[in-house]
Design a protein around this ligand. Sequence first.
Ligand code: S3P
Length: 174
Amino acid sequence: MRKKANIILTGFMGTGKSTVGKKIADRLEWLFVDTDVLIEEEAEMTIPAIFAERGEPYFRALERAVITRVCLEAEKVIATGGGAIMDEENIRVLKENGTLICLTAQPEVILSRVQSNTDRPLLRGEDPLTKITMLLNARAEAYEKADFTVDTSYFTVDEVVEAICAHLRTILRT
Ligand code: S3P
């Protein structure tokens, strides 16, 4: 591939970054890494436990360190946590070391995908749809910094993978 030799997935919780990322990695025969998994391994705690016992700033510091480390090597498909891109330094490191692809979805679709799942501390509470909408608005500007965006709301995983691979083929030709 060209000089930016990683594929990096950003986007809100429930937009399919890990599922799509694994499939792209299989197609390219590249390694797939999920920064949330690396954070949990490093902390030896689950993400909900990190948030509950150490707090979000501790989680964000681990996230920054993990992102810097995974970007040192090329030919990886990297799924990042939905809030990683709120950190300017993370954006710089990610964009310097990869093609940054953002997956989006409508708030109601996100809710339907995440509501049976309890491992997202930021979406716990009375009114998750309002929380999702607020966070999406607060993050919109950051997500727009991606090189390419796919709205996954009404696409199958394979359709999203195909849209991304078509974009990557276009990049390769330029
Ligand atoms: C977060 C998203 C989560 C995880 C953590 C915080 C966020 O990752 O990093 O719960 O701030 O949006 P996913 O986007 O993979 O769910």
